[in-house]
Design a protein around this ligand. Structure first.
Ligand code: GLC
Length: 718
């Protein structure tokens, strides 16, 4: 049969039309249907051309339950059914949740955000695409860019934290790393930005729960990272499970069509989250029947139905009854085919099975993961005990995560393996070198034996925190304190007067008031990935600086949550009696603020300049300052720019991150760091839900975190 769409010299648009014209109604519907490869399903559907995509994931256990993995041979077998047995030979697109690495596992996305280094995140995503594609994966359900401000929510681990600007830069980096400049290259995979949109606003941090936010919060907080991903060329978008003010995101035409396509011009396709099309009926109760749910979703702009089977079962009837027009179905199919052509699936539908073994966990890949982990570790407190001296002294490495392997990989880690991880105690022993006596106890001993072992040591390195099973999907928690018993053991060690270095491994911000007050040093290592043990040892002994800055606020207690820096001023900011932020039983300030992180050196900010001090809408404003390394170690400062719109037609946040830059400085070295603000950087959503930039006074800060810095002002004129 003549297949003119296979001519790769034809433009993609032309190839799509040629193929679409050749398809039957059933074959078109097939492209909108995605099946979970692991479930029981009728494989003959492939040869009939009734499947567009297969995906392979561990499901809601969020990668904490290892599945049989994914391999190129098995995928190629299924692909051959599509390409060689179906009438038109349209290839499947194979997906998997490759969220923060494949065999080379990087820090969880929240830890990657803590690097404040988009280029490093892009490199990690490039490594991930190279490895996943070698195993036959052609599409990943990442990056997840839900702006998360409630650490009770388990999925904050998968996010880039609380700030739209930081999350946007990370979203762009992840998309560019996964898809590359030439998405048709065999070692690139299609990205999928998720969960569109507002999922992280779940009331109470309860997963899947409703978000009550209005359009302004949606547009100014939750949508920017998605728009950034679209502008970076993301191939697909995943619609979310939840409802926003009662409207299901997966059936919301305003989101999926008016904004995503009408305002942003997105031309890839939208895939639903797992089974949500059917759950609009069975769960949210917004449809009388599954058929109604199919009608609502496809007409809203949801192009591919993950796993529910509603589109496959009812779409032909819906078209026949005129409830879904042929044009609507054709447009959904067009979008799916466009992505398949763009990613070269018609040219290279099969994975190169010879590449798998040579591609995984190379020294280069491990080095990238180690650099990322080093830069993700946040030094929250240090009384000078760090960096530790090598080749001398007696150290005790203890705690429930001192010997951890798989736990360091974090949630949503389907193909990482614990045996690839060097645990902390081994890495510290190796890094400490001869002459340093490193004791360790097994995790069972982290208890009444620990003080006995700690006696006589020069320092105790206590690896505490939570395992990945409290992170990721369906894993919210109601109390942000450390798991029971950990602080009590730390208190016993502290009571001996032995210097205490606490390392927290977590998939979220936790509340650590006692540790913050009593530890000699406190490091936050998130779940740092396959090289996390080595990276931590590098930081402990000063072979690498702790490069991280907080991507999310650390609260004093669960009761403060949700808590973030970019809040609105309220009507009585600051006066004691009426102050709206203060609890009577606790300070309103966080334990550690967004953007905070120390280094092994110190920095000074001087000479803020804002020019011009009055600018028209078409002009730019340059904000600069000098940053000096005033300490004895080389270091990398994360210079942050914040802005406040002092008076506006709606109440505006007291601060918003508008830019950041990492400055590597030798001892005594200074660097002039400049940011350029355009009027569109000051845009927000007005009372009519339209974007607006208003003339008026703006405050700016350049500093080390969201609470400190040199302050200036400028005026924007109409
Ligand atoms: C899950 C998650 C989503 C994931 C999908 C496929 O329920 O919500 O993030 O990509 O299903 O595993």
């Amino acid at each position: 049969m003549d297949r003119p769409w296979l001519d790769k010299d034809k433009p993609v648009g032309k190839r799509v039309e040629l193929l679409l014209a050749a398809m039957t109604l059933e074959e078109k519907i097939g492209q909108t249907h995605q099946i979970h490869q692991r479930k029981d399903w009728d494989k003959s559907l492939i040869a009939k051309g009734l499947v567009g995509s297969l995906f392979n994931a561990s499901g809601a256990n969020a990668g904490n339950v290892r599945d049989e993995g994914v391999n190129a041979r098995a995928i190629n077998e299924l692909q051959r059914m599509a390409v060689e047995q179906s009438r038109l030979g349209v290839p499947l697109i194979f997906a998997r949740d490759v969220i923060h690495g494949h065999r080379t596992v990087f820090p969880i996305p929240l830890g990657q955000a803590a690097t404040w280094n988009p280029e490093l995140v892009r490199q990690g995503a490039e490594v991930t695409a190279r490895e996943a594609s070698a195993d036959g994966v052609q599409w990943t359900f990442a990056p997840m860019v839900d702006v998360s401000r409630d650490p009770r929510w388990g999925r904050i681990a998968e996010s880039f934290g609380e700030d739209p600007c930081l999350a946007s830069r990370m979203a762009e980096a992840a998309v560019r790393g996964l898809q590359g400049d030439d998405p048709s290259a065999p070692d690139r995979i299609a990205a999928c930005v998720k969960h569109f949109a507002g999922y992280a606003g779940a009331e109470g941090g309860r997963d899947y729960w409703e978000n009550h936010c209005g359009e302004r919060q949606m547009r100014d907080v939750y949508l920017p990272p998605f728009r950034a991903a679209v502008e970076a060329g993301v191939a697909t978008v995943m619609s979310a499970f939840h409802v926003n003010d009662g409207v299901p995101a997966s059936g919301d035409r305003h989101l999926l069509t008016d904004i995503l396509r009408g305002e942003w011009g997105f031309d890839g396709f939208v895939v639903s989250d797992y089974g949500i099309v059917s759950e609009l009926h069975s769960g949210h109760g917004v449809c009388e029947s599954l058929k109604d749910a199919g009608e609502l979703c496809i007409n809203a702009g949801l192009d591919m139905d993950m796993m529910s089977g509603v589109y496959l079962k009812y779409m032909a009837e819906l078209v026949a009854e005129g409830r879904v027009t042929q044009a609507t179905l054709d447009e959904a199919v067009r979008r799916v085919l466009r992505v398949k052509f763009r990613f070269g699936l018609f040219e290279h539908p099969y994975a190169d099975e010879s590449k798998t073994a040579v591609t995984m966990l190379t020294a280069e890949h491990r080095a990238c993961a180690r650099r990322t982990a080093q830069e993700s570790i946040v030094l929250l407190k240090n009384n000078g005990i760090l960096p530790l001296q090598k080749a001398k002294g007696r150290l005790l490495v203890t705690g429930p995560l001192a010997r951890a392997r798989a736990e360091l990989l974090g949630c949503w880690c389907l193909d990482g393996r614990g045996e690839d991880v060097v645990p902390v105690h081994e890495a510290v022993t190796k890094a400490a070198g001869e002459g340093c006596w490193v004791k360790t106890d097994n995790e069972a001993a982290f208890g009444d034996l620990t003080p006995v072992l700690a006696r006589g040591c020069d320092a105790v390195i206590a690896c505490v925190g939570e395992g990945p099973w409290r992170s990721g999907e369906g894993n919210s928690i109601a109390s942000l304190e450390l798991p029971a018993g950990q602080v009590e053991i730390l208190k016993m060690v502290h009571g001996l007067g032995v210097p205490l270095v606490v390392v927290v491994f977590a998939g979220r911000p936790l509340a650590l008031p006692w540790i913050a007050e009593h530890a000699d040093a406190l490091l936050y290592a998130w779940h740092p990935g396959v090289e996390g043990g080595h990276a931590l040892a590098d930081v402990l002994f000063g072979d690498a600086n702790p490069g991280g800055r907080l991507p999310a606020t650390l609260p004093r207690a669960t009761g403060q949550v949700p808590i973030h820096y970019s809040h609105r001023p309220t009507h009585r900011p600051g006066t004691y009696w009426e102050t709206s932020g203060w609890y009577k039983d606790m300070l309103h300030s966080p334990l550690y603020p967004f953007g905070h992180g120390l280094d092994y050196t110190t920095y000074e900010y001087t000479d803020l300049a804002v020019s011009p001090e009055s600018a028209g809408m078409a002009e730019t404003v340059r904000v600069s300052a000098t940053v000096t390394n005033t300490g004895g170690h080389a270091g990398t400062e994360v210079v942050q720019l914040y802005v406040r719109d002092v008076k506006a037609c709606v109440s505006r946040p007291v601060k918003e991150l508008k830019g950041f830059r990492k400055a590597l400085l030798a001892p005594g070295e200074s660097s002039r760091v400049e940011f350029v603000l355009r009027s569109e950087d000051l845009m927000f959503t007005g009372p009519d839900n339209k974007p607006v930039v208003e003339a008026g006074e703006f405050e700016v800060w350049i500093g080390p975190d969201s609470t400190r810095g040199l302050q200036g002002t400028f005026r924007l004129t109409a």
